[in-house]
Write a protein that binds this ligand. Structure first.
Ligand SMILES: [Zn+2]
Length: 271
């Protein structure tokens, strides 16, 4: 699977009218649809004036509705690692899944309007953010394998992606998706800095330069500022703060800013 011109190559594209401005993707946010097929959820979410970049069905089928370099409306009020309003900083993936089933029956678990799910179709657990013990629809392996390929392709295409998170991480208390049945660690282990702890003020962590030839270190946050020197690929540095698309960096590890580089050419290697 490959990203070409901000779309998954060869995947159905059903353009959403609900989009924002250009974004630099820093996170992948996982959701569940709380519904049936991915196609039915594409329609239902569109009717509510919302959107996501991708919808992934239980059988691994994928529909894209927003290009990856444009904001989709999937996160709502949210914050993570110092960023607010994650629509502006993330790629949103809606996974077809009914979510929680809060009514126990003699045969299993259900929710108003749904069939009963047997014990092998659900995980019974409390949500990590609290609440009662309930059943959560399991995500089939075909769906998780499609997500393996998607996450790998997105990390390859967008080295700015630092982490895969859940809607329930960035909007705790308000959202419970993708919930306890979603194997988040499977995606966090594909590189990145997942679970690496809280980022400190004035030190956003260690990064390396990901560029083919060299990256200009500049005197300020823009191409109009003087190039102080050029950094070869693999150069390690610390990001002290962000200024729009630019990062003020420390090359020597002494906490003293040495200049600015464009954020698109940095990949996180530690916090
Ligand atoms: Zn969500």
């Amino acid at each position: 699977m490959e990203v070409k011109r901000h779309r998954l190559d060869g995947i159905q594209f059903d353009e959403s009218p609900h989009v924002g401005g250009k974004i630099t993707p820093r996170f992948i946010v996982m959701h569940y649809t709380a519904g049936g097929s991915a196609l039915s959820s594409v329609r239902a979410i569109r009717e509510r004036g919302l959107s996501a970049h991708l919808f992934v069905d239980r059988d691994g089928g994928i529909i894209q509705t927003v290009p990856f370099n444009v904001a989709a409306f999937h996160a709502g009020p949210s914050s993570w690692r110092g960023f607010d309003g994650l629509n502006q900083h993330s790629i949103g993936i809606e996974n077809a899944n009914f979510g929680f089933l809060d009514q126990r029956t003699s045969d299993g678990w259900t929710r108003t309007g749904l069939r009963t799910f047997g014990p092998h179709e659900v995980l019974v657990a409390r949500h990590k953010n609290g609440g009662p013990e309930m059943a959560w629809e399991l995500y089939p392996e075909a769906q998780l394998r499609a997500l393996d390929a998607i996450v790998a392709a997105l990390r390859e295409a967008y080295p700015t992606i630092q982490e895969v998170v859940g809607h329930d991480d960035i909007s705790p208390g308000r959202k419970v998706d993708p919930g306890p049945a979603f194997p988040m660690v499977r995606y966090q282990n594909q590189g990145g800095a997942a679970g690496s702890g809280t980022l400190r003020d004035n030190d956003l962590g260690e990064f390396e330069v990901v560029v083919r030839d060299s990256l200009n270190l500049r005197g300020g946050p823009g191409t109009g500022f003087t190039a102080l020197r050029s950094l070869p690929p693999g150069t390690r540095l610390r990001v002290l703060r962000e200024d729009g698309e630019w990062c003020q960096v420390d090359l020597k590890g002494d906490g003293v800013p040495d200049g600015f580089v464009h954020a698109a050419f940095l990949r996180r290697i530690g916090a």
